[in-house]
Design a binder for this molecule. Structure first.
Ligand SMILES: Cc1ncc(COP(=O)(O)O)c(C=O)c1O
Length: 289
């Protein structure tokens, strides 16, 4: 079952008019919430980011937080599987094609849920490969826009190279990856670019940061050059579906000793423990040491 504009219905019956601005312009925003044992993870943070994305593009939020929580709960309980990735998007609605905002369109809301498949343990153990590319996306990557052509083209480069991600550099500096945030470790310190308009403020990024702080791991936010990434001891990507994953080869060259490093292993454990704590509690948990 999926959700469309207030109703739950089978996927085959969910239809959107061709003049929907999501279809015509990619004029909409979205979220993906991971769900473990039917418990949404960090749902308030995802809803807060949705609110920021909607406000940034001037689309009216059609629902209250409580309604969003209810609809997300509704989609989750209608799936036969426990661990899920709930996708939802809001577009500016259906209107005669014109770039300017329509006066009277109602936002279109679509929601679906698929099985959540975290990286296989063999990949977590061995580490992943990535390639790099120039970040040629627009300058508002902080908005979780459904216009993903830039990310799609960049991801395809690594897919063709049999790699899990494309790590992006803008003006010689690390931004993020095609669908994840990026951290490096150098001399024991976890480092990541600061949150600004050039990267998506990842919910997983925040979890990693909170876990690092709670456990006293050195942490720094700063501009990181391409050379520093290549010379890092460790390189990680983070996202709701990849969780925390070590990248051990970039453009065919080893990062560090070519194996997932000790700081990664520590953070991976902390992340899994926190996830299980949330699942056991069946609700939101805050991070403490
Ligand atoms: C471009 C980009 N950066 C970062 C992320 C990670 O965000 P989150 O941790 O909220 O999944 C995503 C998630 O899909 C993404 O598409």
């Amino acid at each position: 079952m999926v959700f469309l504009n207030g109703a739950f219905l089978p996927l085959e019956e969910a239809k959107v008019p061709v003049l929907d601005r999501g279809f015509i312009f990619g004029d909409g925003v979205y979220e993906v919430v991971p769900v473990y044992s039917k418990v949404p993870f960090r749902i308030e943070e995802h809803l807060a980011r949705l609110e920021r994305s909607l406000a940034a593009v001037g689309i009216r939020n059609p629902y209250t937080r409580e309604q969003w929580r209810g609809f997300i709960g509704g989609i989750v309980e209608r799936q036969p599987f426990e661990d899920q990735a709930v996708y939802f998007q809001v577009t500016r609605g259906v209107a005669k094609r014109d770039h300017a905002f329509p006066k009277h369109a109602e936002p279109t809301v679509f929601m679906m849920s698929n099985p959540l498949v975290p990286p296989a343990s063999a990949l977590v153990e061995s580490g992943a490969t990535a390639i790099s590319a120039r970040d040629n996306r627009w300058l508002r990557c902080d908005i979780k826009s459904i216009s993903l052509i830039g990310n799609v083209l960049l991801r395809e480069l690594s897919a063709e190279a049999d790699a899990v991600e494309t790590i992006l550099f803008r003006d010689g500096k690390l931004t993020e990856a095609s669908s994840s945030n990026v951290f490096i470790v150098k001399a024991g310190a976890i480092q990541s670019p600061p949150k600004n308009e050039l990267i998506l403020p990842g919910i997983t990024y925040d979890v990693v940061v909170e876990l690092a702080r709670a456990h006293g791991l050195p942490l720094e936010f700063r501009d990181i050059s391409e050379a520093e990434v290549r010379a890092a001891d460790e390189l990680w990507v983070t996202s709701s579906s990849k969780e925390v994953l070590a990248v051990v080869r970039l453009d065919g060259r080893a990062i560090g000793d070519g194996r997932p490093g000790p700081v990664f292993r520590r953070m991976y454990r902390l992340y899994q423990d926190f996830k299980h704590k949330v699942m056991r509690a069946g609700r939101r948990e805050s991070i403490s040491a």
